[in-house]
Design a protein around this ligand. Structure first.
Ligand code: 26W
Length: 824
């Protein structure tokens, strides 16, 4: 529908290739004579970038003039992946580019692969932020993302002798998608002290003085919407020494070296993404990153608001700020500081504005992931903020005391300050107290936070402050881009690509489920996607896998709660069973490829042990002639967004097997089902809602329920359980050295046998293996399997991130889309 507003960027393949070539020859100063794929990528990216920039400027201008409420999405992570393919598809000109590139001798797929992933995130939380940006732009919401411009994204993973090795990810060599704004800078203060005095009128003035200044520089990244001229902005802050800091004084007094050192120290703030997922380490540099980014973003947002010349009372009807987990919680304190200390508002008036502005999304209930900062560290780095935090806490606790005079214990539990040694600031408590809405990311998770970690706050504020927005994924990247053939097949049946903008349109596929030709094409596409993955495996691991085998995939961060150990123990169990089978039995078994991928945090020893075990099992199984195609075990190195785009369309079964109650939502479960794969999963996170949507006949659920977890853990601690005999055989094999030095895996095994089995691997093992047997059986009936796959895809409409964004907009932000104006 927007096509009438936006002229096609390129009227012909020829016009496109001329532009690309012009950029190669002039912008890049390279001769066409030695134009390689890198140059072809750069030229293509620059040609498309030119076109995005026009829409981008126009969108920003429209948003400024429209003078309506905007959304700011604050996230320490944006796991964007590659931008070129997305840009070409969103402006609807990939085919033009394909032809134009072919004319100058390139295959578009090869060109696309030259781009480095923008990997500014760890996993689910960062990728969710990226999907949300795509949806906000595609739905025309006036929205900005704010993040940090890390010089190094998540490390690259290499597997050396079966062990993970981390290699730095320097990704900024050539990044055509960012625009440095050297004129948009903010000075950010750290350390120093607080000075309080009375002015002439007797009013108390509070000033934060001294310390050091670091400069924040804006880098803007265009975020194009799909099939719309809206192009939103992602602003990433880079750090450098403040102009006064790289001091002429120091230069002249011969302190050149220390002056350079200051420079480097400032640049360290935005140097590297912390690679911990779901673990809070309390490092000073991380707190510096958080404040640096919050303060710069808030300054920017407030500056933009002030240009409207409105009264402060209008702030929260012009500005909605969403906190992606507690990482940006200091933004709450910073806004209060700006309003009270700098703008002179009364405390209560300011606090009202703050609460109405912020919303907080929780992404985890794991206790080790809940952020706390030590009071002495906060005092040292942000003395004025600590005072404000104490003040917020005082008023909050007074309110609680008035309303719950009989419950003295509650004060200690809900206090922002934990009375430990040293005292700690509980960031989630600030986030709840300073926001008007708190949401979880799947129904079970949102219920759990209300009944466990935030239970007292539900009593204090009432249940309406807490809500659920079940996660989603963008169908543009995760269907149209990752699985172009399936997207075309669906479009051919539904009469166009409308489902990419309203994913519930997929339901019409159900009426084709018996259509023979359709089914045949569907299977051929799945097979081709498996061939594509088999090639990646061959190139990366040197192992040949049979594309006709059942592909069983688990890709996600390696973490005990996600239970890759359960999966690999199940694989060993299968291997032992195969070894015992008669030739007749073997003939009946469907060949399998077990595929793993994911990074372990560099300091997470147990997770690294799991990676090592997977690789050791692969070494034994893959070289066992006796087993052949019946089982292959693959660990794919360096799982990232661009690899996920190849992996997700190629699964028959994917694994989402966290201990019930631990995975807040999961989003790769949605990616796999949307691409026509079935899943095996626990009753956890979004698996539950996926089951409700697609039907329980179309999913393989197993294992204990969240409500049983406490009791089971208790039983382990008191020795009231017996180890599953199948699992015991697996442990015997490991202990016997079947997969190399048994000592290397003793902690992993002992954690289950002797140390309480916190993640309940042994309790779910039997049920897990039985369910895999059911999968073997089901896979034998390819026709029924195919029916399950097609039916599931047809019912996945709910899991579009477009639906999430509409829910946030309506329930939390109270913002409306801004319909783009006609061009010219
Ligand atoms: C302070 C260290 C730290 C770092 C990252 C703590 C917590 C995190 C993230 C919140 C972890 C994360 O990515 N959570 C995932 O968020 C996804 C998006 O909502 C969910 O789908 C996943 O279930 C959840 O694990």
């Amino acid at each position: 529908a927007w096509k009438k507003f936006t002229p096609k960027p390129f009227t012909s393949p020829d016009e496109f290739s001329k532009e690309a070539v012009r950029h190669i020859e002039t912008t890049l100063a390279r001769s066409l004579f030695n134009c390689d794929e890198t140059a072809a990528y750069s030229g293509t990216a620059l040609a498309f970038r030119d076109r995005l920039v026009l829409d981008w400027n126009k969108t920003q201008q429209n948003q400024t003039f429209a003078d309506q409420k905007r959304v700011y999405y604050l996230s320490l992570e944006f796991l964007m992946g590659r931008a070129l393919d997305n840009a070409m598809l969103n402006v609807g000109q990939k085919e033009t580019a394909r032809q134009g590139l072919a004319d100058i001798g390139f295959r578009i797929e090869d060109v696309i692969q030259q781009e480095h992933d923008a990997a500014l995130g760890n996993g689910g939380l960062g990728r969710l932020a990226a999907c949300f940006l795509d949806s906000m732009a595609s739905l025309n919401y006036p929205a900005w993302g704010y993040g940090l411009r890390y010089r190094y994204g998540i490390f690259k993973q290499e597997i050396v002798d079966g062990y993970q090795v981390e290699v730095p990810d320097y990704w900024l060599d050539f990044n055509p998608w960012e625009f440095p704004r050297h004129d948009i800078t903010v000075d950010i203060q750290f350390y120093g002290h607080v000075n309080r005095f009375q002015d002439d009128t007797g009013k108390t003035i509070t000033q934060w003085e001294g310390g050091e200044i670091v400069q924040a520089v804006a880098y803007d990244v265009p975020v194009p919407g799909y099939d719309t001229p809206t192009c939103n902005n992602l602003r990433l802050w880079g750090s450098k020494a403040a102009s006064g800091e790289f001091d002429f004084q120091k230069f002249n007094s011969g302190e050149y070296e220390s002056s350079v050192a200051d420079q480097q120290r400032a640049e360290t703030i935005s140097a590297v993404l912390y690679p911990n997922d779901n673990l809070d380490r309390g490092k000073e540099l991380r707190l510096k990153q958080q404040y640096f980014w919050c303060a710069a973003s808030l300054y920017d947002i407030v500056r933009r608001f002030k240009k409207t010349k409105r009264a402060w009372a209008d702030f929260s009807s012009q500005v909605a700020i969403q906190l992606n987990d507690t990482h940006p919680t200091l933004a709450i304190v910073e806004l209060q500081r700006i309003l009270v200390d700098q703008e002179g508002l009364e405390w209560d008036e300011a606090w009202n504005i703050v609460q109405n502005t912020f919303g907080y999304t929780n992404h985890t209930v794991l206790p080790e992931a809940l952020e706390k900062w030590s009071v002495p560290l906060m005092q040292h780095l942000l003395p004025r903020h600590l005072q404000i935090i104490y003040e917020i806490n005082l008023f909050f606790l007074q309110y609680v005391e008035r309303n719950f005079p009989k419950d003295r214990e509650m004060l200690g539990r809900v206090s922002i300050i934990e009375e430990s040694q040293p005292k700690m600031v509980r960031m989630a408590h600030i986030a709840i107290v300073g926001s008007h809405k708190v949401n979880g990311v799947a129904e079970l998770h949102s219920d759990l936070i209300k009944t466990t970690i935030f239970k007292d706050f539900v009593k204090i504020y009432g249940p309406d402050k807490f809500t659920n927005v079940t996660n989603g994924i963008t169908p543009r990247r995760w269907l149209h881009q990752a699985n172009p053939k399936l997207s075309e097949l669906i479009a051919s049946k539904l009469g166009g690509h409308g489902f990419l903008k309203d994913l519930t349109g997929l339901h019409k596929l159900e009426s084709f489920v018996d259509d023979k030709d359709f089914r045949k094409e569907w299977s051929e596409i799945k097979y081709a996607n498996k061939v594509r993955l088999a090639k990646l495996i061959k190139d990366a691991n040197g192992v040949t896998v049979n594309p006709a085998a059942l592909f069983d995939i688990q890709v996600k961060r390696i973490h005990e709660y996600k239970r890759q150990q359960l999966n690999i123990f199940g694989v060993i169990h299968r291997y032992l069973a195969i070894k015992e089978m008669s030739p007749e039995e073997r003939k009946k078994l469907a060949p399998r490829v077990s595929i793993f991928g994911g990074k372990a945090a560099p300091g997470y020893w147990m997770a690294k042990t799991v990676i090592h075990l997977i690789n050791q099992v692969g070494k034994v199984v893959n070289n066992d002639k006796d087993v052949g195609d019946l089982l292959k075990v693959i660990f794919l190195e360096d799982y990232n967004v661009s690899k996920a785009e190849i992996i997700c369309p190629a699964s028959d079964i994917s694994e989402h097997i966290s201990t019930a109650g631990t995975e807040a939502s999961g989003t790769s479960n949605m990616k796999f089902v949307l691409n026509g794969g079935l899943i095996i999963g626990t009753c956890d996170g979004a698996n539950i809602e996926i089951t409700r949507e697609i039907g329980e006949n179309n999913i393989f659920l197993f294992g204990n329920l969240a409500e049983d977890v406490d009791e089971l853990r208790h039983a382990h601690l008191y020795g009231e359980y017996t180890l599953d005999s199948g699992l015991n055989k697996v442990f015997e094999a490991i202990r016997g050295g079947m997969f190399g030095d048994a000592n290397a895996f003793s902690a992993l095994v002992n954690g289950i046998v002797d140390h309480g089995d916190y993640y309940l691997v042994s309790d779910d093992f039997a049920s897990y293996c039985q369910t895999h047997d059911l999968i073997d059986e089901a896979y034998k009936n390819q026709e029924e399997w195919l029916t399950k796959c097609i039916t599931s895809v047809a019912r996945m409409g709910f899991f579009s991130s477009d639906r999430c964004i509409d829910e946030y907009a309506e329930m939390i932000w109270n913002v409306e889309p801004l319909v783009p104006k006609e061009n010219g």
